[in-house]
Design a protein around this ligand. Structure first.
Ligand code: TPP
Ligand code: MG
Length: 557
């Protein structure tokens, strides 16, 4: 066999069931021969984003794999790899490389050097007999340490070489579970039990480590409220009395209040990255930090008690320690925390209800989110936002219930991520109703992958907020807007979707939103991809207190 065929066999042995791709790459044919399904996207960016969505759904048990060509293909993929890098998502990207003779000569593109700043681990297979070792290091990096994109570049001449099966020498790496120092676990529990207003900051690591049950048990035993970062959203059921809600730069009133007043903050399964797309942590708190990768501790905050290690195992140890100190039922039912949260939730909803229930036209996007909460089978759905205002409207108000029922993403925030991300999520969980909520600006970045969803049978639903422009920047470039229509745009997105074999539905009246959602659920269950084009208003109010801004335009038509 040749090296390409050897790689296909390794991928097969690792349980890879499908790859996302854009030709040309000889591994596409080789994996197909092994029974691994290649799905071609309309752009390399989409292929990477779908792999990212698939990996997010699978903890670190299964991985999205991407096959693309050298030069243009590898160059095109960089935005999406950067996004996976920023969000710490483990994916395997395998670009074809130029031949060894050309690989370092201008103007040939060398993924192994250019991707270095946007990936966790990069290697080139520069000799046939390296294949087993390179792939072993790649799967070790996917399964262990800080998650992130892993790159294996395959120079076209090297991978054509023959190799004996006995020379492949592949060894499959396992996940290694590491635990914090037991004395730090004790100190952390003591600090949390002694705190006046402790709060938990739950990140994506809780979802990746499959630690949501432990998070709930720990929160209930200690009666500490749980805030989720945007990627951590759905790590606790937001209907739970201790759930404060999630946050991008917008969040719920309860979350804002508790993040402000807490004296001890326990970040769990979170990189605690300072980002404009997340809530700020006011200074002066005692910080306890659990994360899988030691490098993330003391990165953006001075940490008082460091708990580097597996999030599930760490929470299990903390639960045992709490029980030792407070008995089997802990502090359950002994504090006023659930009542305080309930009061804030009520106050917040009362303020926002007129907007969530807005009956006017053009349709208010908050009304759509409210309808999603009422209409969807939330436990059996996966919902995501796109970049810009759809994100900041959704994150506080969409009710995440079961783990992974919401995908919060974005530190680099690439417009258009929603469609391919949802295709990847649908492939991971085919029985869930998968919906993404995007602006018309975002649609332009990945809209043609609606056809990929149709062709591959990954039946998803896309809501396009058709407001005729970019509402995310109210007041932005007024002269460029007025004179040259910068950020205005037009499209009949339902018609475009129909042209790609999907069902397109246009909604103009608020009362038709839930009818369209029900139809979409039905059509998706029959294997049909759906796009709902909702004529919506530009909305720039943000939760919890964004009532002082004025929308300068309702909708461009
Ligand atoms: C690839 C990329 N380029 C630019 C941006 C910056 N950006 C964020 S939101 C936005 C406007 C989005 O418009 P639209 O999707 O129509 O949503 P709306 O603001 O109208 O709700 C832009 C340009 C981005 N996030 N990603
Ligand atoms: Mg728009």
């Amino acid at each position: 066999m040749n090296v390409t065929e050897a790689i296909a066999k390794i991928l097969k042995s690792e349980g890879i069931e499908w790859v996302s791709c854009f030709p040309s790459n000889p591994l596409i044919e080789a994996v197909a021969k092994e029974g691994i399904r290649p799905i071609a996207f309309r752009h390399e960016r989409g292929a990477v984003m779908a792999a990212d969505g698939y990996s997010r759904m699978n903890g670190r048990k299964k991985f999205g794999v991407v096959l693309i060509q050298d030069q243009a293909g590898a160059e095109n993929a960089m935005g999406a790899i950067s996004q996976a890098y920023a969000d710490n998502v483990p994916i395997l990207v395998m670009p074809r490389g130029s031949s060894l003779e050309r690989i370092s000569v201008r103007p040939y593109f060398t993924a192994a050097t250019t991707y270095r700043d946007i990936s966790k681990h990069v290697e080139t297979i520069s000799r046939p007999d390296m294949v087993g070792a390179v792939m072993r290091r790649a799967f070790h990096a996917l399964r262990n340490g800080r998650p992130g994109p892993v790159i294996v570049e395959m120079p076209s001449d090297v991978v054509e070489n023959e190799i004996y099966e006995s020379d492949i020498g592949y060894h499959s790496p396992k996940i290694s579970i590491q635990l914090p120092d037991p004395s730090d676990i004790k100190d952390a529990v003591q600090a949390l039990l002694n705190a006046t207003n402790p709060v938990i900051w739950s990140g994506m690591g809780v979802l990746l480590a499959d630690a949501t049950t432990e998070l709930k048990e720990f929160a209930e035993l200690t009666e500490i409220p749980v805030y989720t970062s945007m990627p951590g959203k759905s790590s606790i059921d937001e209907r739970h009395p201790l759930a404060l809600g999630g946050g991008s730069s917008a969040t719920t009133l309860a979350a804002r209040e508790w993040l402000k007043k807490s004296d001890v903050l326990f970040a769990v399964g979170s990189s605690m990255t300072k980002t404009g797309y997340g809530q700020r942590i006011p200074p002066g708190k005692t910080i306890i930090h659990n994360v899988g990768s030691l490098e993330d501790i003391n990165k953006d905050f001075g940490v008082d008690i460091a708990l580097p290690g597996d999030t599930k195992a760490t929470l299990q140890s903390m639960i045992e320690e709490v029980k030792l100190r407070t008995g089997e039922t802990g502090r359950k039912g002994t504090t006023q925390v659930p009542q305080e949260i309930e009061k804030l939730k009520k106050e917040w909803l009362e303020t926002w209800l007129p907007i969530l229930n807005d009956d006017t036209e053009p349709i208010n996007p908050y009304r759509i989110i409210w309808e999603l909460n009422q209409t969807l089978d939330l436990q059996n759905s996966i919902v995501t936002h796109d970049a810009g205002s759809p994100r900041d409207m959704m994150v506080p108000f969409f009710t995440a219930t079961s783990p992974h029922s919401y995908i919060g993403w974005g530190k680099s925030t690439h417009l258009g991520y929603g469609i391919p991300l949802m295709i990847g999520a649908k492939i991971a969980m085919p029985n869930k109703f998968c919906l993404n909520f995007m602006g018309d600006g975002a649609f332009g970045m990945s809209g043609l992958d609606i056809e990929t969803a149709v062709r591959s049978g990954a039946a998803i639903t896309t809501i396009v907020l058709n407001n005729g422009g970019m509402a995310t920047y109210p007041g932005f470039s007024p002269i460029a807007r007025e004179l040259y229509k910068v950020s205005h745009m037009y499209g009949d997105y339902a018609k475009i979707a129909e042209g790609m074999g999907a069902t397109g539905i246009t909604v103009i009246k608020p009362k038709d939103i839930s009818i369209a959602l029900k139809k979409a659920q039905q059509l998706n269950s029959e294997g049909k991809t759906v796009l709902i084009d909702i004529h919506s208003r530009a909305e720039d109010r943000r939760s919890p207190d964004g009532f002082d801004t004025v929308t300068e335009w309702a909708r461009w038509t």
